[in-house]
Design a protein around this ligand. Structure first.
Ligand SMILES: Nc1nc2c(ncn2[C@@H]2O[C@H](COP(=O)(O)OP(=O)(O)O)[C@@H](O)[C@H]2O)c(=O)[nH]1
Ligand SMILES: Nc1ncnc2c1ncn2[C@@H]1O[C@H](COP(=O)(O)OP(=O)(O)O)[C@@H](O)[C@H]1O
Length: 197
């Protein structure tokens, strides 16, 4: 899942945790400083630039990107282990990273969370009170670039109202699980049997 800063990704994911407790969430590494209330290992793994560069050098990241002056990346091991256990994992990452994940996992489901308007987006980032005015301006200009990449995503969900947006995402995930090709992929014998019939 991607979406501009302040659109409500964190809020939506927190709500989805209650609706779909079976989903697993990837915890990213970042060089950004923790916001008030953020906990290392829960919200992010907070790293120095040197530590982050070591993770890159050790190929410990599935993808990484620089966003508004900081590095963000997805630890590879946790994603691999979760997928190997047959569970679904949500990555809440920005667009450059999502495009890299799409190259590696084209079967992934790519959802872009949209704001109802740019004015509302600015109000949400400002209202959150976690970034200064310069950073908000920078994030708003990146937001427009991010929305220009919407065509690479499978779904666009407008976060007008939290419950409605979460319901749409839940419907997308449920529908994806019901895709015949996914069900057939888990039943390798079935296509051959039906072809003979
Ligand atoms: N590529 C990439 N982006 C990430 C990762 N983790 C978080 N991000 C993105 O980095 C951007 C900034 O995140 P953050 O500083 O927490 O700000 P927020 O989106 O306003 O809460 C957001 O678009 C996140 O989705 C990651 O592991 N990889
Ligand atoms: N649907 C919504 N309507 C109104 N405010 C929202 C909505 N979704 C999120 N918010 C608020 O917008 C701000 C940014 O949300 P947040 O989840 O931190 O965004 P993100 O993780 O995308 O940066 C928060 O103050 C949050 O309470």
């Amino acid at each position: 899942m991607s979406g501009p800063s302040g659109v409500g990704k964190g809020t939506v994911c927190a709500n989805l945790r209650h609706r779909m407790p079976e989903l697993i969430y990837s915890v990213s590494a970042t060089t950004r400083h923790p916001r008030q209330g953020e906990i290392n290992g829960i919200n992010y793994f907070f790293k120095s630039r040197e530590q982050f560069q070591d993770m890159i050098a050790n190929d410990a990241l599935l993808e990484w990107a620089e966003y508004v002056g900081n590095y963000y990346g997805t630890p590879r091991d946790f994603v691999d282990r979760t997928l190997a256990s047959g569970k679904d994992i949500i990555l809440e990452i920005e667009v450059q990273g999502a495009l890299k994940v799409k190259q590696k996992f084209p079967e992934g489901v790519f959802i872009f969370l949209m704001p109802p308007s740019l004015e509302e987006l600015r109000q949400r980032i400002t209202g959150r009170g976690t970034e200064n005015a310069d950073v908000i301006d920078h994030r708003m200009s990146v937001a427009v670039e991010e929305m220009n990449l919407l065509r690479h995503y499978d779904y666009a969900v407008v976060n007008d109202e939290i419950d409605a947006a979460c319901h749409r995402i839940q419907s997308i995930i449920t529908a994806e699980h019901c895709q015949a090709k996914r069900i057939l992929a888990d039943m390798p014998q079935l296509p051959a049997a039906s072809e003979k019939a």
